[in-house]
Ligand binder design. Sequence first.
Ligand code: 5AD
Ligand code: SF4
Length: 585
Amino acid sequence: MRSISCRILKNNLLKCGNYKQLCYRNVSVTSFACEKAKRNLLGGPNLKDFFKNENLAMQENIPEEEVIPYLKDVKKFGGRRKVYFDVYGCQMNVNDTEIIWSILKSNNFLKTDDLNDADVVLIITCAIREGAETKIWNRLEYLKGIRNQKLKKSKNATPMKIGILGCMAERLKHKVLEIDQSVDLVAGPDSYKDLPRLLALTQNNQTAVNVLLSLDETYADIMPVRLNENSISAFVSIMRGCDNMCTYCIVPFTRGRERSRPISSILDEIKQLRDQGVKEITLLGQNVNSYRDLSESTVKTSTNLVKGFKTVYKTKVGGMRFADLLHRVAEVDPEIRIRFTSPHPKDFPDEVLQVIQSYPNMCKNLHLPAQSGNSNVLERMRRGYTREAYLELVDHVRRLLPNVAISSDFICGFCGETDEEFEDTLSLIERVGYNTAYLFPYSMREKTTAHRRYKDDVPQEVKQKRLDRMVELYRLHADRLNRQQIGNLQLVLIEGLSKRSSAFLAGRNEANIKVIIPGEDELSWKTGTEQRSIRQGDYVAVQINSANSQVLKGIPLYLTTLSDFYRDKYLYRDKIDNLKYSSIL
Ligand code: 5AD
Ligand code: SF4
């Protein structure tokens, strides 16, 4: 924070209790900040400012004690300003937006889905690949156009405020603020609680920045407000940040160190979602299975039967582990399906696999991001395992969970990747046979170890060709695996109308593959006679009758519950009782 180095400003801000505040709008950032500080010192807060500002409190219906006293004409609270959310990137960003919306909603902001109606546009950004960032720069240009059009229409209108939030914030704060100057607010992933104050600053045409990363912010005390309140699926963040430092990845720099949310607050949120009718919960984290709630007492250490996985950091000891959390979450409601993403292959001790095996509502669907099939590339990526260790894990997982659906992430064209090394990735894809895969060409990111240590020497055309080959091979296998399902009975959770045709309904099977069924059918329960139409949130037993690499189609046979559907198949309860989790059940 360059301007904080100005002592006058720093002292002034400290006096205001507002150390993190940065205000600048000029090319000469530091000098402007100093001027600002001087003005604040001369004409700034005096004793009476630290008493109640009754006028503002009355206008806004805000508890008087919560008005920021020295920001006279600035309102900390939303004043019913309308916010439009523009969300990019991963599911974590969607869930972060729900946290942001919760914070803003309780500060008197409104949400709008109409860009032209927005007073504030918040872009929740992703920085994982260059392409993701390019999208956001283009979007920024578009938004500037809308802001100018609005100002042309009504000269007295307050200009629409634009904020850059999330992963791009820390990396690009200087570019965004000093070069581009079209942005009013920059906030990193750990500073969302500060948004009401930052947005208040923008009201005075100041640019507000808070990109500090935290060691302990988990937003455990914020109950997210869902963007799509009608959805039967919800995301719940259980941890933030990542300590793995894979050499290609920018996440540890944009989202900071790993920290876990207390188990009790996770369970509270899940119970609330259950009460709202949610039927499927996805636990989220950058490294979800290294979850460790150190505020809880020690249970026992994990036993990872598959050898050959190491980390660059010291493994945490004690506390509640991911397996313990899964256990508790699965018990909240046997009718709620549980998934989690994104895990790291190093954190799959047998306890985790046993919990997944034991509960029918734990989806037998694992994401095992391999990234490459070649041990030398994996070493350069600092993934902490070899091809052989990864394959041993896959085999072990399949022994314990015979029908598990496996998905993965792969990167092609990483620094120095030779044709032979890439062939190993193809042979791994072939050997494992993934139900779903997310395939990416390598994109060099500043700050990462790869940026410092290696050369991005695989030409773009080669990366593209390798990507095409990975896609082709993966599709072939996904198609084969999906076709193997033809004739099978599957449990499908209905999400709503199919996007392609309102005559069909769309849902997902346990493997998280989309299943399309005719929507007009009336169904009865397996043992009942009364018929009714299929609704969102129903579990339906579906016989699969056609498939391609992406989608299954089927005939709905009867309405059911998750417990009933699996009761005949497995003696789950016995397995749960046999598990030695007496301390947490
Ligand atoms: N280039 C390409 N893909 C990347 N990923 C992470 N960093 C990069 C990068 N620099 C991919 C990894 C990760 C997924 C979320 O994004 O496959 O698992
Ligand atoms: Fe990035 Fe590796 Fe952490 Fe995943 S595990 S977020 S790829 S550093």
